[in-house]
Design a protein around this ligand. Structure first.
Ligand SMILES: Cc1cc2nc3c(=O)[nH]c(=O)nc-3n(C[C@H](O)[C@H](O)[C@H](O)COP(=O)(O)OP(=O)(O)OC[C@H]3O[C@@H](n4cnc5c(N)ncnc54)[C@H](O)[C@@H]3O)c2cc1C
Length: 444
């Protein structure tokens, strides 16, 4: 208790904005910190971490709390809310990078880059809420990942405050850099368990000059979905975006945003594609479903509906856990069959959103208050589909609290305990007092 009071006293006397209170993340996982603090720069973070170290108090970085795995949930932690570190420091249109602080909202970053004719392509559907630090820490994917990969493919360098309070820089703002072990990608996707990102150099690209076309393909049944994706992939067609919304997600978007989409049993596939591929795509699509081409305004609206579909599901159906399994596209038929069986077994709908072009599916496990354990059980059952089919328990949302034991299962099944221990040892080496976001990711 004395320590607790001392920590609060020391932190609150740093001259950095702070507050007391509780919050929850997007899913509803509780965040009950000792104190919430809003650093302005890296030096503020160093001071906070040094105090945390002295008193052995856990630290949890908070971006925007859109985590879908309980990754920011904590008790009696120092919650470092990054939102005040939200400056875009440099846009370099010759070396093609942007240097940015972690609290910048992703959409704000792209609005700025667009002024220069540039883009940072990864676009998790939460792009209008999530922060640059959060997407790096989770290695977020998103809708354009099918074409441009996930965030890790776009991070060149990072500044990080380690749990010791030392600040380091890893990587270089260069497309090619082979100097040493790849520490950048050790920190990308580490979910705040290894250090706090205070600055980053992200690769950017010029906005495409090619003509893009936008289609919706309505399907009569979900079995057509796997066939469609399989054929698109095997013909070598590269979409910019290939998203799936099932019947229940479409209903939610219609109900909440008045989207006016057709509520077909098999759902819809939303595709953006370069003009060169459009004829071939339409040829496949028209044999499989009902094809509609969307023009400018409607295309933008559709992108918005898909982005906000998670919100719509929450508004219409209430609590959910969002699964994030990824299976090889060649295994989509089996995966869809198994998902259907689980949904029938538990007698509840499971609205599915999917970055279907890369086999990444988000079945939403719906539950009422008090049914958390049951929902977690279903969530884990769904994750095991991926392990069974040679996929992964997380394509992009990460591990957080919810998938810690599943990570263990996947590694034991596919790799071995030595690989898991290697991960644990990395954590122990960098964070010997287990201060950074403890209790998540890997066992300490
Ligand atoms: C509606 C909705 C749609 C989504 N769609 C997608 C999607 O399409 N693709 C996808 O990949 N994800 C998606 N997500 C989840 C995704 O993980 C988050 O949107 C995002 O990556 C996290 O950003 P955030 O700023 O909210 O971070 P938070 O949720 O606040 O934090 C996430 C993790 O990052 C850590 N962290 C945050 N900032 C830092 C920092 N500066 N240094 C070190 N660690 C830090 C936190 O401690 C935590 O472990 C979606 C979420 C929602 C709510």
């Amino acid at each position: 208790m004395a320590d607790r009071n001392n920590v609060i006293k020391r932190i609150s006397s740093l001259g950095i904005k702070f507050e007391f209170g509780t919050r929850s993340d997007f899913i509803g996982f509780p965040v009950r910190p000792l104190i919430i603090i809003y650093p302005r720069d890296e030096n503020d973070i160093i001071s906070i971490v040094k105090i945390a170290n002295e008193y052995r108090v856990p630290i949890v970085p908070w971006g925007a709390g859109t985590s879908l795995t309980g990754a920011v949930s904590c008790n009696d932690c120092i919650l470092i809310d990054m939102r005040s570190m939200n400056r875009i420091l440099e846009v370099n249109t010759v070396d093609w990078y942007v240097r940015v602080q972690p609290g910048v909202i992703l959409d704000d970053l792209n609005r700025e880059l667009n002024k220069y004719g540039f883009l940072f392509p990864p676009d998790p559907a939460s792009h209008y809420m999530c922060t640059v630090g959060g997407i790096i820490a989770t290695d977020a994917g998103g809708m354009r990942a099918v074409r441009y990969g996930t965030v890790k493919d776009w991070v060149l360098a990072l500044r990080i405050v380690l749990p010791s309070g030392d600040a380091i820089r890893v990587g270089e703002p260069l497309r090619k850099n082979r100097a040493g072990y790849d520490l950048v990608h050790l920190f990308v996707g580490s979910e705040g368990t290894l250090g706090i990102i205070t600055e980053t150099w992200l690769r950017i690209m010029p906005l495409s000059r090619r003509h893009l076309r936008v289609f919706i393909v309505y399907l009569d049944n979900m079995d057509m979905l796997a066939r469609f994706v399989y054929e698109v992939r095997s013909r070598g067609i590269i979409p910019e975006l290939m998203e799936y919304m099932d019947y229940y997600s479409i209903r939610a978007v219609n109900e909440v945003f008045n989207a006016g989409l057709k509520e077909t049993n098999g759902g819809l596939v939303f595709i953006i594609i370069e003009d060169d591929y459009a004829l071939e795509l339409m040829d496949i699509a028209s044999r499989i479903g009902e094809v509609h081409e969307l023009m400018d305004k409607d295309a933008n609206k559709m992108y918005d509906y898909r982005s906000r579909a998670g919100e719509a599901i929450k508004t219409m159906y209430g609590n959910f856990y969002s699964e994030d399994i990824t299976v090889p596209v060649s295994k989509l038929v089996e995966a869809i069959g198994k998902l259907r069986s689980i949904s029938m077994k538990y007698g509840r709908p499971m609205p599915i959103l999917a970055h279907i072009g890369d086999g990444n599916m988000h079945p939403h496990i719906l539950f009422k208050s008090g049914e958390e354990n049951m929902a977690q059980k279903i969530y884990e059952e769904v994750a095991r589909i991926a392990i069974e089919l040679g996929g992964t328990i997380s394509g992009e949302h990460g591990i957080g609290l919810q998938k810690k034991s599943l990570l263990h299962e996947q590694y034991i099944e596919r790799n071995n305990v030595i690989t898991l221990n290697l991960m644990r040892n990395i954590k122990r080496l960098i964070d010997p007092s287990n201060l950074m976001n403890p209790g998540k990711y890997v066992d300490y």
